[in-house]
Design a binder for this molecule. Structure first.
Ligand code: ADP
Ligand code: MG
Length: 464
């Protein structure tokens, strides 16, 4: 670099000296005659040689100083490039190179501070992830482990960075969730049972912006065990209560038949019978809920016509509705759509919804049952024109024992479990259930069921 600067400066000096010397020489030859011209020319040659020597000296010393400062800048840039952000130029001179050096120093200071911040926050994140109870793993777009926290390492024994994730976590459901998240760019969840033998994990895989996915594995073994114990307990208690309750109901009815008309006993017996039958309903509902919730109830899914499900519900409730002055109407825009349904279970869902509508809607109104296509599903609905439900209750309506008006529900024979049972049956079918309502404007309960893949079965054959 130094030599290049020297030659450039020297060339510039030579051109300037040559132009001046040529002009003087021109003036001499035009204005003077020999011998005075010859003398002046000799002096001019000496002056040119002298000027060239001075130019050489200036060029050389300038090239040396500028070159060495530029070399320092070059070294600085390559140190920063290698990641050494502590490098500084410390050139405080006021010329152009000095100004550039100060600006570069400022830039390096800012970069160093930013980098330090990033390093601190990345360390904090790492500490946080390592102290988590859940296992976390980041998988690259190519399906390799990018990072894993300590919990995951402890679970699988080893989690080498850059190793294929298939060799690290050997669970097909986990791998499918990670693949799905990274391909669809959407969060995907699943249950994984073979990450560690005998343990159950809930997996949530979220896509990363530049491809790949981060998966969190939560150990659900204890929670599921506790949940199962609770369900079993409820199922056992309900089961044990069945026989004594049937017996109480039976004896109360027998005594009622024998009791004389005008006796106070009759009233008491009636109360016993009513409460025993309420308890029997409650235990039946609890048993059903425990069975559906546990997944132990095997649903026999078969392609079923939407109109068949609607017709059966209408048939079961026509008389009860009529006795309360309510008209049942069917609105079926799903045509002959087939859904995958366990006929009896969906009948129970429909019954719970229609039963509620009849119970809560006033006399003289109508109830509309219907089905309509909705993408790869068919959506069924039960709409009433009753009192409606205010919006704050809607999200909790499907919880067990959640009742908007406890007294009213109890009085009408409700257990508060109907919608919870309906929800679990629909979920077990791979469907969804929800309620739409506005106070004083009626309610609509909607549930969807997946369409059946099979080709339609002729109507008569299906009915047979
Ligand atoms: N069609 C409806 N109109 C108004 N409120 C309803 C309707 N269906 C359900 N609800 C409300 O939701 C609650 C829960 O319903 P459900 O689980 O079937 O229990 P219940 O045994 O009380 O009928 C009911 O207590 C009632 O407050
Ligand atoms: Mg109900």
């Amino acid at each position: 670099m130094r030599r290049r600067i020297f030659f450039r400066l020297m060339a510039a000096f030579v051109v300037v000296i040559a132009v001046i010397a040529f002009s003087i020489e021109l003036a001499i030859t035009r204005e003077l005659r020999p011998p005075s011209a010859g003398r002046l020319e000799n002096a001019l040659i000496l002056a040119v040689i002298f000027a060239l020597l001075i130019a050489f000296y200036f060029s050389w010393s300038a090239a040396r100083s500028i070159g060495s400062r530029l070399n320092t800048v070059e070294n600085f840039a390559s140190r920063v490039g290698r990641g050494d952000l502590t490098a500084r130029l410390n050139d405080s001179s006021l010329d152009e190179i000095g100004k550039i050096a100060t600006a570069l120093d400022d830039m390096a200071t800012a970069l160093e501070a930013r980098f330090q911040e990033l390093r601190t926050s990345s360390r904090q994140l790492e500490t946080l992830l390592n102290s988590m109870q859940d296992a976390v793993i980041a998988v690259s777009r190519e399906g390799r482990v990018e990072w894993a926290n300590r919990r995951l390492e402890r679970l699988v024994g080893h989690a080498r960075v850059d190793a294929p994730v298939v060799e690290t976590v050997r669970d097909p459901d986990f791998l499918a969730a990670v693949r799905e998240a990274s391909q669809t760019k959407d969060v995907s969840s699943t249950r994984a049972t073979s990450v560690v033998p005998g343990r159950i994990f809930g997996v949530t895989a979220a896509p990363m912006p530049d491809g790949g996915a981060v998966a969190v594995l939560r150990d659900l073994t204890e929670t599921e065990r506790a949940e199962k114990t609770r369900r079993d307990f409820i199922a056992n208690v309900s089961h044990e209560l069945r026989t004594p309750l049937t017996s109480i109901q039976g004896y109360a009815e027998t005594l009622l038949e024998a009791a004389p008309e005008s006796n106070n006993y009759r009233e008491f017996l009636e109360i016993i019978r009513k409460n025993a039958s309420r308890m029997a309903r409650l235990t039946e509902d609890l048993l059903t809920l425990a069975r559906v919730e546990s997944g132990e109830q095997n649903f026999e899914l078969a392609p079923t016509r939407s109109e068949q499900l609607l017709d059966e519900a209408v048939q079961s409730f026509r008389e009860i509705a009529k006795s309360r002055g309510i008209e049942l109407q069917v609105e079926n825009s799903a045509g002959g759509e087939l859904v995958d349904a366990d006929n009896e279970a969906i009948h129970q869902v429909m019954s719970n919804l229609v039963d509620n509508a009849i119970k809560y809607a006033p006399t003289g109104t109508r109830i509309v049952l219907g089905a309509r296509p909705a993408g790869d599903r068919v959506e069924f609905f039960v709409r009433d024109f009753g009192p409606g439900i205010s919006s704050e209750h809607l999200p909790r309506l499907f919880e067990r024992f959640y009742r908007v008006d406890k007294a009213r529900s109890r009085e009408s024979g409700g257990t508060g479990l109907g919608l919870a049972i309906a929800k679990h049956i629909v979920l077990a079918h791979g469907g969804t259930i929800r309620a739409e309502s506005e106070l004083n404007h009626g309610s609509t309960f909607l549930f969807s069921l997946p369409r059946a893949a099979e080709s339609p079965v002729p109507h008569e054959q299906q009915r047979a």
